[in-house]
Write a protein of this length. Structure first.
Length: 135
């Protein structure tokens, strides 16, 4: 497969994409500090689009807290209802450490179901990760 030529100089193979204008440029026509091509650096008034930093760490922490609170509420619901009729079982994976919770007359069945679903989810995740690496 032939590499595309730099859209700025037209002589060398393009290796980067300008994060401002989207053009494919070579090593010499590219600023690695800004990830911009030479034209965008020389003429800053030609900014076509700007990028914003997404606070990924904050969003990840928020998602983790929301999942934890949801599981906690689902786990405490049957316990705090007082009638003893409800059953639940859940498996929380914190890294490689499973936390298994269950309550009620059918807790053992629910825990076994949760363990089976957890194992299936881990297997599917491994298969998807391996197929992604092959691409």
């Amino acid at each position: 497969m032939k590499m595309p030529l730099c859209t700025r100089c037209g002589t060398r193979n393009a290796a980067f994409v300008c994060q401002n204008c989207g053009r494919m440029v070579c090593h010499d026509c590219f600023d690695r500090n800004r990830w911009w091509c030479g034209d965008c650096i020389n003429h800053p008034s030609t900014i076509i689009r700007t990028t914003t930093q997404i606070p990924t760490a904050g969003l990840f922490f928020l998602a983790f807290v929301m999942i934890f609170v949801g599981i906690l509420l689902m786990s405490l619901g049957p316990i705090l209802s007082g009638n003893g009729v409800g059953s639940f079982g859940t498996v929380i994976l914190i890294g490689p450490i499973p936390v298994i919770l269950g309550s009620g007359p059918l807790a053992s069945v629910m825990i076994i179901l949760a363990l089976v679903l957890t194992v299936v989810a881990v297997i599917v995740g491994v298969i998807l990760q391996r197929s992604r690496r092959k691409l």
